[in-house]
Ligand binder design. Structure first.
Ligand code: NAD
Length: 267
């Protein structure tokens, strides 16, 4: 049995993670926490997901002692995640990180922590997106420099970072397959007199609207034909189920920085 602790329990992903942990066989919800100022402290987690009473009360922090045969699952904010990560390092507890938008310096902090604990860190925990990353690699290698490549993504109005971590991972997949340096060839939005598009450019376009859970399309456009590879998430449970699967996997791993691809055995 894997014990999971969900941080940010009141968030959109927090609630989906609680539901997923509750419904997944072989996993038990050990606890859940929210920020110190939350009005939900002491409330039964079941109430957060409309399942009645589950016998686990929401707390204002991670537990005082470690979680045996367990892992923390964290989809919160950059600052909160780094605090939770420090607790995991102190307690030698694996962590699954879904938060996006970290700076390169913050990613180095995550990599450093992974020297002493197992960390699964992925911009997207859905199985489908990780399969798409494989398809993108193949499409880019075959279509190569004969096409213009653009990454389009859409998310709900509350998302705070852009482009999405998944869009960046998709851009990285095609750039890597073509031997391009994404930092050099990426263009994030266009306006004004931009001039003609260089062939090696990889463009990103972002939509933020309504309650869109997450949609990504990579466009390979030639003269006369166009290939579009699209993934659409319609329910946050797809990310939550992947993260819970990653937690059950992480408790049996040595310290290291892992991706969802490794959890799925794709690498
Ligand atoms: P949200 O705003 O609904 O939830 C974030 C939660 O974190 C809030 O409930 C907030 O109160 C809580 N929080 C903030 N500071 C805290 C602290 N110090 N301690 C405890 N809790 C704290 O956001 P969301 O839509 O659930 O997304 C959360 C993150 O997950 C974002 O970075 C988003 O991009 C990412 N995300 C990743 C994936 C993936 O597959 N990797 C999928 C969906 C969302």
């Amino acid at each position: 049995m894997t014990h999971v602790w969900v941080t940010g329990a009141s968030g959109r992903m927090g609630r989906a993670l609680i539901e997923s942990a509750y419904l997944t066989e072989g996993v038990s919800l050990f606890g859940a926490s929210v920020r110190r100022t939350s009005s939900l402290i002491g409330v039964d987690v079941g109430e957060l997901i409309g399942h009645g009473t589950l016998g686990v009360a929401v707390t204002d922090a991670l537990p005082a002692a470690t979680i045996s045969q367990g892992a923390v699952i964290d989809f919160t904010t950059r600052e909160a995640t780094l605090n939770h990560l420090a607790w995991c390092v102190d307690q030698r507890c694996p962590i699954v990180i879904g938060t996006t938008g970290f700076t390169p310096d913050e990613e180095r902090v995550i990599a450093k922590a992974a020297e002493s604990i197992a960390v699964v860190y992925a911009p997207n925990f859905s199985v489908g997106v990780n399969v798409v990353l494989d398809l993108l690699d193949r499409a880019a290698r075959v279509l190569g420099d004969t096409v213009d490549i653009e990454v389009l993504e859409a998310h709900h109005r509350h998302k705070v970072d852009a482009p999405s971590g998944t869009a960046l991972a998709m851009g990285q997949a095609v750039a890597g397959a073509l031997g391009r340096d994404l930092d050099r060839v990426a263009v994030y939005g266009r306006e004004g007199h931009t001039g003609a598009r260089p062939r090696d450019q990889i463009g990103f376009a972002t939509v933020r609207a309504g309650d869109i859970v997450g949609e990504h399309t990579v466009l390979f456009a030639a003269d006369g034909e166009r290939v579009e590879i699209t993934h659409k998430a319609s329910d946050r449970r797809t990310f939550a189920d992947g993260a819970v699967r990653a937690a059950a996997w992480a408790v049996n791993q040595s310290p290291g920085l892992y991706t969802m691809r490794q959890v799925l055995g794709l690498d």
